[in-house]
Ligand binder design. Structure first.
Ligand code: NAD
Length: 349
């Protein structure tokens, strides 16, 4: 299959690109190379004849038309987005432009391309979204997000992603575009941009800096190893039912404080401090405005319909992730100089 992957120089998109090429798919990576992108993420496939890169913005209709006509993909996997909640609090405009207008522009380009090609049945537009569109859950472990959970986004980021999900469904119902959607929980793993909780914790710990915990650290997330997610995305693309959405979770709920303490314990073993534990560096800071209390995925649909389960427990995944950051300073060190990285963002003062 020939895939056009948007956002393939980002964290999850690059995992999809690497896995798709490894499985023998042809891949065109379309990316605007924003502050969050890193072409080193796809260096392992850059010389592969199955791989091509297109530097383009999903808001640029002419570029999208040119790229679709030139490469003639069988499917589009749409991951390009502004993805950091804290940045969406400080500057929501870019999130609306890329996540909403960009998705609209891509849908229109995809519709024109698919129509010109004679509306092939096998074509797919796979929209990759987040569980944050469903809002926030109570602590009751029996209550989780299913595909039927009503949308209730609360941050500018999740609102922009919810809007894009609605557009994708509308393009299916109105124009018949063959779409599938997926909403996943928090990803982590190699190549995670060093402004998100897990890499920030690992790198701040190693630098002897404070480990900032928003609020009291009780917020719960369902952690999904990025390579498991990439595997699930290719499965949804190939086997998902047209017009349907699939929730993808890690089945690994942890509070932020538990997660940071686990990372500290791993670092204590792998790179012990001269004295004491990395956990001594934990510092509680002002909470994120509107911080959702809990996210958790009910994985019943993807498990029963597509037979998919995550392969990795959060303990195994964190162990691998910490080791990856210890081994790949040449990757993360230059990214720390990018705009806003390492600063406290999203306090909405
Ligand atoms: P990321 O920020 O690491 O990467 C996003 C990529 O999109 C970057 O390479 C960037 O250059 C590119 N991009 C941004 N704006 C663009 C534009 N206008 N045109 C073309 N390219 C553009 O994001 P990620 O964490 O890899 O997330 C990928 C997708 O998965 C996003 O749609 C995000 O909403 C969704 N998602 C992420 C998570 C998570 O935990 N990271 C969870 C749920 C859903």
């Amino acid at each position: 299959m020939k895939l056009l992957v948007t956002g393939g120089a980002g964290f999850i998109g690059s995992a999809v690109v690497r896995l798709a090429v490894a499985r023998g798919h042809e891949v065109v990576n379309l990316d605007a190379l924003t502050y969050a992108a890193c072409l080193d993420n796809v260096a392992s496939v850059a010389g592969n004849p199955l791989y091509a890169f297109e530097h383009a913005d999903i808001r640029d209709r002419a570029a999208l038309d040119r790229i679709l006509a030139a490469h003639r993909p069988d499917a589009i996997m749409h991951l390009a987005a502004e993805s950091h909640v804290d940045r969406s609090i400080d500057g929501p405009g870019t999130f609306v432009e890329t996540n909403v207008t960009g998705t609209y522009t891509l849908l229109e380009a995809a519709r024109a391309y698919w129509t010109r090609a004679g509306r092939p049945e096998g074509f797919r537009f796979h929209h990759v979204s987040t569980d944050e569109v469903f809002g926030s859950l109570p602590p009751d472990p029996a209550v989780k997000f299913s595909e039927a959970t009503p949308y209730d986004p609360r941050s500018p980021y999740s609102a922009s992603k919810a809007a894009s999900d609605h557009l994708v469904r509308a393009w299916h119902h109105t124009y018949g575009l063959p779409v599938v959607l997926s909403n996943c929980s928090n990803n982590y793993g190699p190549y995670h941009f060093p402004e998100k909780l897990i890499p920030v914790t690992i790198l701040s710990a190693l630098a002897g800096k404070a480990l900032p915990i928003y609020g009291d650290g009780s917020n719960i997330r369902d952690w999904l190893y990025v390579e498991d997610h990439a595997d699930a995305l290719l499965l949804v693309l190939e086997k998902g039912q047209i017009g349907r959405s699939y929730n993808i979770g890690g089945e690994n709920e942890r509070s932020n404080l538990e997660l940071v303490k686990t990372l500290c314990a791993i670092l204590d073993r792998k790179r012990p401090r001269a004295q004491g534990s990395y956990a001594d560096q934990i510092t509680f800071v002002a909470d994120r405005p509107g911080h959702d209390a809990r996210y958790a995925i009910d994985p019943t649909r993807i498990r029963t319909e597509l037979g998919w389960r995550p392969s990795m427990t959060v303990e195994e995944g964190l162990e691998r992730t910490v080791q990856w950051y210890l081994d790949n300073e040449h990757w993360w060190r230059p990214l720390q100089a990018r705009q806003g990285v390492g600063q406290r963002l999203g306090v909405a003062k």
